[in-house]
Write a protein that binds this ligand. Structure first.
Ligand SMILES: CCCCCCCC/C=C\CCCCCCCC(=O)SCCNC(=O)CCNC(=O)[C@H](O)C(C)(C)COP(=O)(O)OP(=O)(O)OC[C@H]1O[C@@H](n2cnc3c(N)ncnc32)[C@H](O)[C@@H]1OP(=O)(O)O
Length: 206
């Protein structure tokens, strides 16, 4: 279940990624759907059919890696099914991770499905991004482990539908502790900032 490797082909990865894209669009559309009952009933029938088609292929083994710290290229693929950043999990917004010098960057725009305060990103979604981004940033030390604490300062509201730039960098590495700092910018302005402590542990491998 928690495999760290997979023999899935590039083609297989592409079709799976496309599936998540469709599901993500359906989630976003469902939030602002204003259709007649008859249309929604028809949609429900078609979705039920899709569930039936998928069911025989649902197993206790993921097609792709649960966790692959040695990924090359797309950093989101360290955890392809992450609820926050996985390209293969429709619950995750299409955030894009990239390394820039000593900072790990996460670029994303959130839609209505992620709304907390009116027209703003939900604070728990922001916390999720920091947790994931900072955990991956900490891996630049060559070690990894779970979050002991995650502190966030919400300085200003974080708007929906705008380009957000999350940044994370290693602040301190000592013994089994890694402290990572982060911030999120909207049009160059810091809207939130954060600090997290990660405790280095043996990696899960089952
Ligand atoms: C993508 C990278 C992923 C890296 C992860 C590697 C695994 C790979 C596998 C799969 C990928 C997973 C992907 C994760 C995605 C993002 C991360 C998350 O969301 S993690 C979930 C939320 N976090 C928890 O559920 C932790 C629950 N808590 C614990 O398990 C323990 O409390 C833990 C490990 C945090 C610490 O427990 P102790 O028993 O191992 O160690 P003690 O002795 O208590 O602490 C060690 C040192 O740290 C300090 N410490 C611990 N907690 C602290 C705190 N809250 N504040 C300040 N210091 C603290 C202590 O005072 C101690 O310091 P002194 O060595 O004595 O100097």
């Amino acid at each position: 279940m928690h495999n760290t490797n997979s023999d899935a082909s590039d083609e297989h990865r592409q079709v799976l990624k496309k599936l998540s894209g469709h599901l993500r669009n359906i989630i976003e559309q469902s939030i602002v759907l204003n259709a007649p009952d008859k249309v929604i009933t028809d949609i429900n029938k078609q979705l039920a059919t899709i569930e039936t088609i998928m069911q025989p292929y649902v197993t206790d083994k993921r097609a792709l890696e649960y966790y692959n710290p040695n990924v090359r290229g797309d950093l989101n693929d360290i955890q392809p099914y992450s609820a926050v950043s996985g390209h293969y999990n429709a619950l995750a917004a299409p955030i894009k991770f990239e390394q820039q010098q000593d900072k790990l960057i996460g670029r994303v725009k959130y839609g209505r499905a992620y709304e907390g305060p009116p027209n703003c990103v939900h604070g728990a979604i922001i916390a999720g991004v920091y947790d994931q981004l900072m955990a991956i940033a900490g891996m630049a030390t060559g070690k990894a482990g779970p979050t002991a604490y995650l502190n966030i300062d919400y300085h200003k509201p974080t708007p929906l539908f705008e380009a957000l730039e999350f940044q994370a960098w290693i602040s301190l590495e000592r013994d089994n502790k890694i402290i990572v700092k982060g911030q999120c910018l909207v049009q160059g302005e810091v809207v939130t900032s954060s600090e997290a402590l990660f405790i280095v542990k043996a990696l899960l491998n089952k």
